[in-house]
Design a protein around this ligand. Structure first.
Ligand code: EAX
Length: 343
């Protein structure tokens, strides 16, 4: 071969090599160049954070999600679960998804109210009849439609895990009727409807990130808080709260959120695997909560809490004005859709 042809051959091989090396493109876990969440071997890492205890079904459900994702992607995606506000409070983590500095988070809908008003409908007091009805609405097109409303904020909702029906605990006295809340300094999530609901009953609502709550109760800078039984148990609120009143005033969903830019950068088969794993892990998490809720009233009594079950109708009547107060954000039509979807 002449020197000229040999030189042409070498230059051609060099150009082909350079073009192949610029493949880049989707993170498909194969030969894409390493990036922030992808190592040299092409394994993609998802960091998912939440604020609850390592023993809460949020953690256990996400660990199940991690197992399922590893299985369904043949190890191409690894999920790392961070509990106890290790990656920040709920608002921080939702913002991190928008920035693309964190891939996933599991939060209650309360902090989403500052991102899209439509989610507020789920935070209305007594809007859901019971757990089964809530799950039916959330898993319907209506629920998915509200998750889709987050996409304009750079966030995607894969499904709804469950936080659950929330009850009031306090260190003063049993709450048997709304008037018993008068003057009670109660921590709420950073959500305008939650605050308005307790304000209309005469309480003094204080919005606070979950990570600060136990200390505030322990130091008695607040008298009360409200959360589902599994959180009261796994975050050991029974150690710093004497009274548990089964008000069931809010049902809180827990959307499993993913950074839109991260998700859309994945190959279609990896996106499908994440969606499948999310649904299976959701059902597992809800099952764990059902098991816990069946026995926690007795267990919390054994841990020293004084438990009472008030007449809920008194509370339902007392908070009706909250619906009117927020009708510019949550139209009566949207509320009716949620009510009708439970029939
Ligand atoms: O989503 O803040 C709360 O009381 C929530 O239950 C918690 O953030 C879990």
């Amino acid at each position: 071969m002449s020197k000229k042809n040999l030189a042409l051959l070498l230059i051609s091989l060099l150009i082909i090599g350079l073009l192949a090396g610029c493949g880049g493109g989707q993170q498909n876990g194969n030969d894409a160049a390493p990036s922030g969440n992808q190592d040299k071997g092409g394994t993609i890492t998802i960091k998912v954070g939440h604020v609850l205890a390592p023993t809460h079904p949020y953690t256990l459900g996400l660990q199940k999600f991690a197992e399922l994702v590893d299985e369904k992607t043949d190890g191409k995606i690894k999920v790392e679960v961070f509990h106890s506000s290790q990656l920040g409070n709920e608002r921080d983590m939702v913002e991190a998804l928008q920035l693309g500095t964190q891939e996933m988070t599991l939060v209650s809908t309360a902090p989403l109210a500052s991102f899209t008003k439509q989610f507020l409908v789920f935070d209305l007091p007594f809007v859901f009849k019971d757990t089964e009805s809530a799950r039916k609405v959330l898993d319907s097109e209506l629920g998915q439609g509200l998750l889709n409303s987050l996409e304009s904020q750079g966030i995607m909702g894969l499904c709804y895990f469950e936080n659950g029906f929330r009850h009031v605990t306090n260190s003063k006295h049993p709450i048997n009727k709304p008037e018993d809340l008068k003057g009670i300094k109660i921590r709420t999530m950073e959500n305008p409807i939650h605050m308005a609901t307790f304000k209309v009953m005469g309480a003094d609502p204080t919005p606070m990130a979950f990570g600060e709550l136990f200390t505030a109760l322990q130091q008695k800078t607040i008298d009360a808080q409200e959360n589902p039984l599994p959180i009261i148990e796994t975050s050991k609120f029974y150690e710093v709260q004497e009274y548990l009143s089964l008000t069931g005033h809010f049902y809180a969903p827990a959307p499993l959120l993913i950074s839109k830019s991260f998700f859309e950068g994945l190959a279609p088969e990896l996106q499908a695997a994440l969606k499948e794993a999310a649904i299976e892990a959701r059902d597992y998490e809800r099952g764990l909560l059902d098991d816990m809720n069946a026995k926690l009233v007795e267990e919390l009594k054994e841990k020293g809490m004084k438990v009472n079950e008030p007449d809920k109708t008194l509370f339902v009547e007392a908070v009706q004005s909250v619906y009117k107060q927020f009708e510019s954000d949550i139209t009566p039509e949207l509320i009716q859709k949620v009510v009708d979807a439970q029939k």
